[in-house]
Design a protein around this ligand. Structure first.
Ligand SMILES: Nc1ncnc2c1ncn2[C@@H]1O[C@H](COP(=O)(O)OP(=O)(O)OP(=O)(O)O)[C@@H](O)[C@H]1O
Ligand SMILES: [Mg+2]
Length: 324
């Protein structure tokens, strides 16, 4: 059952001289109880997609087309006051950088209770009690201590846990987690993602999990959306995608997962991992080097369904689906 649907989303950044299309014709949906991973390299449009869904675009950004359907409403048509009722209460976000999301001069307890007070009718004692319960739930053994601490007194992982406590405080239907663990060491990363996953399993919350790490996608996602250059290039359920990745860009992302049996001096980048031939086939790796004519010539077709539920965008002039 669909919880939220993004349809034909288009976002532009405008400067005095030009308009840059950052998100182009992005459509996807998130089912109830589902974890959907949005994956792609830096600048592919993951954050801007999620920020535009909740009316949080930077000032120079503008949604110029599309819809975000949620509970019979189009979120893109709501004003900020109406969106505030949804943000934090029904849909909450966890960002990569906890130090930006947390107010450094306010104690953790106060930050959690303020959020709670905004959406839930509780007196002071109830608010404190609930905040302590949430801090315990996200793995703090001494919740009272953390309640009285400032963000600067916490480690990166602890800050991220506090943010998750805030994100789940109103029992949201959807959590948008934008690279929530990129800044953390591998062990802490796993703890945090397991925590979110457990929460999802017990509450039925849906998660939009933004990452550039295919290893994490395999472990935590039900469905995957691969983005490149502001467009979706491939989408499928996680098993299908790992078994049969079609787009060269997806294959490249997958090949860049470090393998234990192949020790490397340095981590492969996506471009390292894709063969020249594959890159050529996909025509995706240097769009900025195309001339204006070529850009039109190679302008992408629509997504093509190559097997049930598995869609791929072809950048070549005439997609040869039969060769797949
Ligand atoms: N404030 C801004 N002004 C102009 N362009 C922007 C702004 N924010 C983002 N962009 C552009 O929009 C595009 C998408 O950016 P976005 O932040 O969504 O990438 P991302 O996939 O989240 O990358 P990352 O993995 O680095 O977080 C990029 O080309 C980026 O340069
Ligand atoms: Mg981002």
């Amino acid at each position: 059952m669909i919880l939220l649907e993004v349809r034909n989303l288009k976002v532009a950044f405008k400067s005095e001289k030009e308009e840059f299309i950052a998100i182009d014709d992005v459509s996807f949906s998130i089912d109830k109880r589902e974890t959907v991973a949005l994956i792609g390299e830096s600048g592919s449009g993951k954050s801007i997609t999620s920020l535009s869904m909740l009316g949080l675009l930077p000032r120079n950004g503008q949604v110029i087309g599309g819809h975000v359907f949620y509970e019979d409403k189009d979120l893109l048509l709501l004003d900020q006051k109406e969106l505030q009722q949804i943000r934090g209460k029904k849909i909450s976000m966890i960002f990569q950088d906890a130090s930006i999301s947390l107010n450094p001069s306010m104690k953790i307890g106060k930050q959690i209770t303020e959020g709670l007070a905004y959406h839930r009718m509780m007196n002071r004692e109830e608010l404190k009690c609930e905040a302590l319960r949430l801090l315990t739930k996200v793995g703090f053994h001494k919740p009272t201590e953390v309640f009285n601490q400032y963000p600067g007194q916490l480690s990166g992982g602890m800050k991220q846990r506090a943010l998750i406590a805030m994100a789940i405080s109103c029992n949201p239907q959807l959590i948008i987690a934008d690279e929530p663990t990129t800044a953390l060491d591998v062990t802490t990363q796993k703890q945090i993602l397991d925590l979110m996953n457990d929460y999802k399993q017990t509450t039925g919350t849906s998660i939009l999990f933004i990452t550039h790490d295919f290893g994490l996608v395999a472990e935590y996602a039900d469905r995957v959306i691969v983005m490149f250059g502001g467009k979706i290039v491939e989408t499928a359920d996680v098993f299908t995608l790992f078994k049969n990745p079609v787009h060269p860009y997806t294959k490249g992302l997958m090949n860049s997962i470090p393998k234990i049996e192949e020790p490397r001096d340095h981590l492969l980048t996506i471009r390292d991992a894709v063969s020249e031939e594959a890159a050529y086939e996909g025509r995706i790796f240097a769009p900025e080097t195309f001339s204006a004519d070529e850009k039109v010539y190679h302008s992408p077709s629509t997504l093509i369904e190559v097997e049930p539920g598995h869609h791929v965008r072809f950048f070549t002039e005439s997609p040869e689906v039969s060769n797949i």
